[in-house]
Each structure stands twice: as C-alpha cells, then as structure tokens.
Design a protein around this ligand. Structure first.
Ligand code: LMR
Length: 329
C-alpha cells in the first residue's frame, strides 16, 4: 500500500490549506477617482461597490478612493497600467496621450445637449472608441455622464472679449487649451485637486466645469460669476486594465459587466438632476451670480471657439467629427 511519510503528509496538508485560503481571498478592485462622493462619478463608484459586493459575495471586494485620495490626475492612468488600481473613470479630456480620437468630446459647441452626446456615445463610432486603446492595455467599459460645462470667473463673462487676458484652468487637453486661446485667454493646465486653491490664490482667474464639480469643490466660494455657457461637455470613460479584466474568472467578469451596465444607466439617469440640484445650491449660497447668455451672446462664443474644430480635424478624423455632429439631429 502507498504510504505517506509524516513530512509528505504535513506538506500536502499545508498546500491544501494554502489553496483554500487562496480560493477564499476576494479579488480586490480598487476604484480611484478625483471628485467628491456626491457627484455623478462619486455616486457611480459607490453604487458599483454596493452591487458588486452584494452580488458577488466573498468573491470581490471593491475599495473606492474618492477626491484624489489615492491617485490624482496624471497619476491615476499610470496606476491603472501598473495594476495599482483596477478601475478609474477619467474625464474624456484626459486621454490624448493614449488616443487622439477621444479629443472629439472636447470640441467646443459640438453637442447641443446631453441627449446628443449620449446618442453619439451609443453609436457604432462612439462604442468603437471604448475599444480603441486595447493595444495600450486600456479597455473602456462605458461612458458615464457628468454634464455640460459652465464658465466661471471673478468678472462677468458675457461676450468672448470679456475673457481676454484671463487665466483659465484647463484639464490636460490640447483642445481645451486652444479653446481658451481662441478667445485670447491664457489656459493653464492644472490637476483637479489644485483648482480650488488656484482660484483662491489667483494663480488662475477662471475655470470651466459642470455645476456638480463647481459646488462639490466649493469653487463658487472663490468665483463671483458663472456664465451658463453650456459650451462643452464633461463626461467620463470608465476604464480598466485590459489584462486584469481578461484575467478575471468568467463568472465574475460576466456579473461585473452586467453590474456596470446597470450602474452606467443609473449614473446617466441621475447626472442631470445632480447638476441641477447643485446649481440651486450655488444660487442659495448667494456667493455667485449666474449669468444667462442671450442667443446672440452665445452665438459670439460659438463663433469665436468653433475654429478649434479645424485645428484638430486631422488628429481626430473628419469622419468622426461628422458622426458626432450628426448626433445633434
Ligand atoms: C476636471 O479635471 O475638471 C474633471 O475632469 C474632474 C472630474 O473628474 O470630473
């Protein structure tokens, strides 16, 4: 009869205990982002954690790090590629190092409203962008809405000439730099976590953000005016590390994919309401006057900024710009 020595038995036992421990270890998914919790992206990350842990029991543990508490702009993408985080949702303005096509979303006055943006994102061209960075190990899992951007400053901005000479904070986007140069303002790239202080100390005089970012970062406390310009969009691509996602056990990945569809629908349903609520909170705070443009004034901003499209047509692709524009119909 085959006999096990005491040593072999102990070894086999410890291996099987290690195996059991391994099987019981949950897969940890770190989700890092730069905004506050009470924002469309913050709420989306929290809902993803809730549903993933509810439905996948001990198999998955989701750790959410809001407010640049783990990685800020500039670092979060690097961290995703290094495997230090598994999910991030950068604004679509922050992809130019990885693909020039995603710059389409930054073109000023391209989408007439969030519904048009949504139509483009759901179109074959929009969906293809989610997969356009897989050779760089980045997979897009969905688009999350925030909202339309408003201009803020310490002086009233009614016409493009009012912005002349002012320093505006921009995200890391060449398109957004050109957008401000087009009105003879000075763009300054700055990470999101630094914006409040930048505005407070006068390093920059103005910025562009949806109401939810303005309110949750208290930017209204250091900006006397907001011009409701709706001149561009701030939306997100929820992304993961391609190799990590493909390495997940199939049942886990399938469930997470389903959850992401659900969370995406919820984020996109609630984003507008959140922004509207924050607009009302800003008005109630009485720190900031909200300026509504006349159609003529808005037309002046559009005319001044629209030449930026042609500057990026080669990089983005004329067809893609055309497809995005077609979503306005
Ligand atoms: C910004 O940098 O202004 C935004 O991208 C922040 C965010 O994630 O909404």
């Amino acid at each position: 009869m085959f006999k096990l020595t005491a040593k072999a038995l102990a070894c086999a036992l410890s291996l099987s205990i290690a195996g059991m421990a391994q099987a019981a270890d949950p897969i940890v998914i770190k989700f890092s982002h730069v905004v506050a919790e009470h924002t469309p992206k913050g709420q989306g990350a929290a809902l993803f954690k809730k549903l993933a842990e509810e439905r996948l029991g001990d198999k998955v543990k989701v750790e959410v790090y809001p407010n640049s508490s783990l990685f800020g702009d500039g670092k979060e993408m690097e961290a995703l590629l290094l495997g230090d985080v598994q999910l991030i949702a950068p604004s679509l303005a922050k992809f130019e190092q990885y693909t020039k096509q995603v710059q389409v979303f930054d073109l000023p006055f391209l989408f007439k409203d969030m519904a048009a943006l949504d139509r483009f994102q759901q179109s074959p061209q929009g969906q293809a962008l989610l997969k356009s960075m897989e050779d760089k190990n980045i997979t897009g899992l969905g688009y999350w809405h925030n909202g339309l951007k408003q201009l803020s400053a310490n002086k009233p901005l009614r016409e493009p000439k009012d912005a002349r000479g002012l320093k505006f904070r921009v995200q890391a986007s060449a398109v957004l730099e050109e957008q401000f140069k087009a009105v003879r303002a000075n763009p300054r790239k700055m990470s999101f976590a630094e914006v409040y202080q930048g505005l407070q100390t006068g390093v920059v005089n103005g910025a562009e953000n949806p109401y939810s970012n303005i309110y949750s970062q208290k930017m209204h406390e250091v900006q006397k005016y907001i011009t409701e310009s709706n001149h561009g969009v701030l939306d997100y691509m929820l992304i993961t590390n391609t190799k990590f996602w493909n390495s997940l056990p199939e049942d886990v990945r399938t469930e997470l994919d389903k959850i992401i569809v659900e969370v995406t629908a919820e984020v996109n349903k609630q984003a507008n309401e959140l922004n509207e609520g924050d607009k009302q909170r800003i008005l109630a705070a009485k720190t900031t006057e909200i300026i509504n443009l006349t159609p003529e004034q808005r037309g002046m901003w559009r005319d001044a900024m629209k030449p930026v499209w042609a500057m990026f047509e080669d990089e983005i692709g004329a067809d893609l710009i055309k497809a995005a524009d077609a979503a306005n119909q």
